[in-house]
Structures are given as C-alpha cells and as structure tokens.
Design a protein around this ligand. Structure first.
Ligand code: FES
Length: 159
C-alpha cells in the first residue's frame, strides 16, 4: 500500500521506468512526494527507496545535499534566505535577521499558525542578484529590508 495518492502513485511508477538508470528518477520523485506531503516523511523515504531499489541511507544522502528537500514539516510558505558569499557581502545575514524578526521567528522556525517557516540556506543560484531568498518555488532577488517586507506581506495576504 502506497503512502501517496493514487495519482502520484501512478506518476512515480512511470518515472521509475522512464530512465535507463532507475536512480535518475530519485530527485524528481522526491520533489513530487514533497509537493504532495509537504515534507519527506520516513514512510515516503522508505517507499521511494524500495521503488528504486536503493537503500534509505542513499535516499537520505541525496536529500541532505539539496536545500529544497526537507525531512521535517515547514510552513505553507517556506522562506529560505541565502547567506552564502555573494549574498553575505550584500547584506544576506542582515536580511535573514530582518525576516526572522518580521515573521516573529527569532526563537523558532515555524509560525504558530503554520503559515511561515524560515531557514538559512547556502547558495540558491541567484548570486548575480544578491541578496536573494526563495519562498517555496519562487525566487526574490536584489532585496533590502523594505523589499523583503513587501514580499512577505504578499504571501501573508495570500494565506
Ligand atoms: S550566494 Fe546567495 S544566491 Fe548564490
């Protein structure tokens, strides 16, 4: 019995058969699973490992490499603030602290209402437009505290 919906179950089956090396389907399978469940639960990791003939450890090693994959629950809008070198030099650390303060997440990682969570991450590939942050799949670049406030307010309004 799959931990995924029938639709995703069928999609994962097709994905596993779409590549000459089954392992090549791992990252897309993890992303689809995370999109459905919100995070990669132990049960989801176990099932994906079984589907691909991999060990759970191998799957967890891959998950740990990618900041967009997570093994814990997050808010509906997961804010990932980059503090790697390009962003750091252009105020990334201050941006992270500002966002934490604005969201009331100075001592925790998820707001009590579950709407926002925050995480400091390594490079998200937007170095030329630093400092940058990512909310779910959306990128926001060339930020300063005022612009970050606007971005967060837009998500708050959608919630
Ligand atoms: S260093 Fe921040 S996006 Fe690359």
């Amino acid at each position: 019995m799959s931990v995924f919906s029938p639709t995703l179950d069928a999609k994962l089956t097709r994905l596993a058969e779409a590549y000459p090396q089954r392992r090549s389907a791992l990252v897309p399978m993890l992303l689809y699973a995370q999109d459905e469940l919100g995070w990669l639960t132990p049960e989801a990791i176990r099932e994906i490992a079984e589907r691909l003939g991999e060990t759970e450890l191998a799957v967890r090693e891959t998950i740990s490499y990618y900041s967009m994959l997570r093994t814990h629950p997050v808010g509906r809008y997961h804010v990932q603030v980059c503090t790697n070198i390009s962003c750091l030099l252009r105020g990334g650390e201050e941006l992270l602290q500002h966002c934490r303060k604005r969201l009331g997440l100075e001592q925790r990682d998820v707001t009590p209402d579950g709407v926002f969570s925050i995480e400091e991450v390594e490079c998200i590939g937007a170095c030329s437009w630093a400092p940058a942050l990512q909310v779910n799949y959306d990128f926001h670049q060339n930020l300063d505290p005022a612009r970050a406030d606007q971005v967060l307010a837009e998500y708050r309004q959608k919630a």
